[in-house]
Design a protein around this ligand. Sequence first.
Ligand SMILES: Nc1ncnc2c1ncn2[C@@H]1O[C@H](COP(=O)(O)OP(=O)(O)OP(=O)(O)O)[C@@H](O)[C@H]1O
Length: 655
Amino acid sequence: MASRILHAQLRHRRTTSSKLRPLHHLRTYRFFSSERFSGPSLQKPDVPDDSSNGSKLASPLASQDVPDDSSSSSSSSTLRLLELAKPQKKLLAGAFATLSLTSSVTLSFPFLVGKIIDSAIDNPTMVDPTYAAAGLFGMISAAGAGVVARQIFLTKAGENIVAELRSDLFRSVLRQDNSLFDQTRTGDIITRLTSDISLIQTALTTEILNATRAVLMSVGGVSFLLVTSPTLTLVSCLSLPPIFVSAKYFGKKIKALQTTVQSDLAKTTVKAEEVISQIKTVRSFNAESFEAEAYKSRTQTVRDRAIEAGVKGAYLDGTVHVAANAGLLCILAVGGNMLGVGGGTAVITPGELASFLMYSVFVAGNVSALSTVYGSLQKSTGAAERIFELIDQQPTIMTAAKGNGQPHDPLKNNDIVLKNVSFNYPTRQKYEVLSNLSLELPQGSHTAIVGSSGSGKSTISQILLRLYDVNSGSITIGGRSIRELPPETLRDLISVVQQEPVLFSSSIADNIRYGNLEASEEEVYEAAKSANVTDFAETFPDKLDTLVGEKGVQLSGGQKQRVAIARVLLRNSPIVIFDEATSALDAESEFLVTKAIEQIVEGRTVISIAHRLSTIRKAQQVAVIENGAVVEVGNVKDLINLEGGKFNELIQRQR
Ligand SMILES: Nc1ncnc2c1ncn2[C@@H]1O[C@H](COP(=O)(O)OP(=O)(O)OP(=O)(O)O)[C@@H](O)[C@H]1O
């Protein structure tokens, strides 16, 4: 049973939807240092350890604004795109081989039709049109088989490239600094993982092949035109100037509009994602109409720009259509005279004129296909730049850790010492959240951190986990700076129970198992029992296999909290942080959760970020935080009785 659940969970992880899921819960994900389960990181050059200025802002992503496609970055992106196709070279070679076959058949078709017409005119008794058609049908069937094979090769190559790129990109996302997630909306990243990658897939397979076919057919077609009649070839060139002029004029406008449409569309997706994920808040404020209107107005902007681009495209198509057909009429007029109509000398046969006309249509079609391919290749270069930007983003924390991934000496103990720590969030450079903060948390002790809202209590748990690096000062565990520990090792030492625990949309058991993916079913059950999860799970028909819904919406706040505690129990880390774990609960839930918490506290270093006296009572020491600094520290009794003290003041306010 256990292995079934584990396999189901791992299988679940492999699917795209579950790959996207952790973006919403990235902090939870990191508390459990599960990035590593997503596989090895991409190879990155080492960056120097910059311990004096850890609180760096990850370079913001260029968001959905399509980057300036300067030719150098475009060409390097194109080269990198081609690199991605390299491992699929056998499949792509197969696709090119079948393409050559189908193109040769298509190219020889007008030539053969011309020959059949001439033979039928010259020697009507010798040529049986049925046999001729049957012969051509044989050729077409061979080409058809080539088309089938090409599609199969292309689909396989395309899907392989996409799967590889998607998982590389996702790994890269998981390695990024928190500051990147603080300033980038989830929807932006999801767009890169989905539609941008699809654009690349099309570019690397279908479009490159279309381009090759168009070039082959155009070059082959023009050669046939020249061989058949250089004079008529010159005549057919008359249609080129209006086509080129209008393609340049409209093409520029269309590209600019398409770029804006792409960027506006991405913003619309981001908005939809935000509203859907916050639907309860939207409902409770009766804001459905407001949000629907806001979304409608965004989609209308997209629609208007897309129509504008479509209209420009229609003008271009119309101009090309008239110019190309006028060219054909010129060929017909001049070619008709060349047939010797009206008594002149014939310099061309009817069959040659027919094949010339067919090749002209081919060439026109393929030249215009080349411009379409060029347009979509431009689009995918933009998408590639957005993807490479994210893959190339250098996280400061993962790579700066000395000995990251290397074995390290075991820690002497789990004493935590924060010394003169100053910190600001990278997105708010000028606002110092922690200011010269010093605090000692001996191994096995229970410390309550109290203080007014916004004083910096939760921030302490974030810097202990090294979700952010501090600007100055030091944090040590067992005498070792946390910067020297691989982040995974550090995060294995610490578990956090948050005020609003985040669950994944799988079963209760799977959510508990997140604490230790190797745990047996019995261990999961034991953890569930100790955290009073079985009390409520047993009342559901599927018991621990009950699905909890997205972010655990199908459970109450207290039930979610107990699942989160069971998860931490299973994790068995020596340091546990309760970040106001019971403050959002009613009295009965608080009682049950507190009982569950008592199971964890035993024998561990505990930090309770607390508001209420009930949570604080069991702590051995209390640290009062004010404006990011410890202003009072001592045991609960002493501080309660300290007249005029900060803690005493806080308690008085609660009474
Ligand atoms: N990711 C972030 N980016 C920028 N500023 C942040 C971020 N998280 C928190 N802050 C700011 O840091 C300050 C301290 O926040 P913190 O969450 O540590 O306070 P707290 O003492 O835990 O408050 P509360 O009791 O209300 O939870 C606040 O002013 C907050 O606005």
